[in-house]
Ligand binder design. Structure first.
Ligand code: CA
Ligand code: CA
Ligand code: CA
Length: 250
C-alpha cells in the first residue's frame, strides 16, 4: 500500500527521469528512496546516483558507507546512460580514482565501469563522487556498487592518520609519537607535523637509518635541531633536552 507521500515521490521521480540526459527511465528498482537529495537508493546491488547541480560543475555527491569490521571494499562505478562524464572518486576526502567515461562517439549506452579498491577501518565512511566534466544537458545518472572483501590494509587513504591523504603525504607511514623521543629518553618536546606530511620524528629516524655510527647520528640530528631552532619551531632549551637524549643514545 503506497502512502500519498510515496505517490508524490514516485511522481516526482518520474518527472525528473524524463529530463535525464537521454530520457531513459532508470531501473524501476532504483526508484523510491530519497529523491529530494538527488540520491535514489537501489534495492539491487547497484545504487543509482544522479548529479543535480543545474549544470554547475564541479558537482559533488556524498554517500555514506558503513563497514562493520575492517574490510577492503571494491568500489565499482559506471556512467549509466551516455558515456560522457568525468568523475573524481574520493574516500573520506582523499582522492581514490578518476573515472573517465567520455566516449568521442557519444553513443547512448552504459559505460562498462571501473572498480577501485580501498581499505576501510570499521565505521562509517564518506564516498564522494564529483562530476567535473559532463556532456549531459540535464542531470547525469551513474551507478555504483560496493563489495566487501577481506581486509589487507594495502589501500588506506591515510595510513598514519596525520590527516594528509596518501597521495599527498611525503611519508605515508609517519612516526606520530606526540613527543620527540630517542630510545628510552623522552624529551617532552612536541613532535611537529610538517605540511608535506613528514614529522620531526620521521626526520630523526631517517638520521638513525642512514648513520654509520653514533657520531654521524649525533651530527645529523644536531643539524636538524639547528634548523628547527632557527625557524623558531623549537626553543634553545628544547634543543638542549633533545641533544642530551641523542648523546645518551647508542
Ligand atoms: Ca553520462
Ligand atoms: Ca597520511
Ligand atoms: Ca605522514
Amino acid at each position: 500500500m503506497l502512502s500519498a507521500m510515496g505517490l508524490i515521490i514516485i511522481a516526482f521521480v518520474i518527472i525528473v527521469s524524463c529530463n535525464k540526459e537521454d530520457s531513459l527511465v532508470p531501473n524501476k528498482a532504483d526508484l523510491g528512496a530519497d529523491a529530494a537529495s538527488g540520491l535514489l537508493k537501489s534495492t539491487t546491488a547497484e545504487t543509482y546516483i544522479e548529479f543535480w547541480c543545474d549544470g554547475a560543475l564541479p558537482c559533488p555527491l556524498d554517500v555514506e558507507l558503513t563497514v562493520a569490521t575492517d574490510a577492503d571494499v571494491e568500489l565499482f562505478a559506471r556512467d549509466g546512460f551516455i558515456p560522457d562524464d568525468l568523475v573524481e572518486v574520493l574516500v573520506d576526502g582523499c582522492w581514490l580514482a578518476t573515472i573517465d567515461s567520455r566516449d568521442p562517439e557519444g553513443v547512448s549506452g552504459s559505460h562498462p565501469g571501473e572498480t577501485h579498491t580501498v581499505s576501510l577501518l570499521a565505521g562509517t565512511h564518506t564516498i564522494t563522487f564529483i562530476l567535473t566534466e559532463s556532456g549531459a544537458s540535464g542531470p547525469s545518472g551513474w551507478y555504483y556498487e560496493t563489495t566487501e572483501v577481506p581486509f589487507t590494509g594495502g589501500f588506506l587513504m591515510d595510513a598514519d592518520g596525520d590527516g594528509i591523504c596518501w597521495n599527498e603525504d611525503a611519508n605515508d607511514n609517519s612516526n606520530m609519537d606526540p613527543t620527540i623521543n630517542i630510545g628510552d629518553c623522552d624529551s617532552g618536546v612536541a613532535n611537529m607535523l610538517f605540511p608535506d606530511g613528514t614529522t620531526m620524528m620521521d626526520m630523526i629516524e631517517e638520521c638513525m637509518a642512514n648513520a654509520k655510527n653514533h657520531g654521524q647520528f649525533v651530527s645529523c640530528v644536531t643539524q636538524l635541531l639547528n634548523g628547527w631552532a632557527s625557524e623558531g619551531l623549537i626553543s634553545v632549551t628544547d634543543k638542549g633536552v633533545i641533544v642530551s637524549c641523542v648523546g645518551g643514545s647508542n
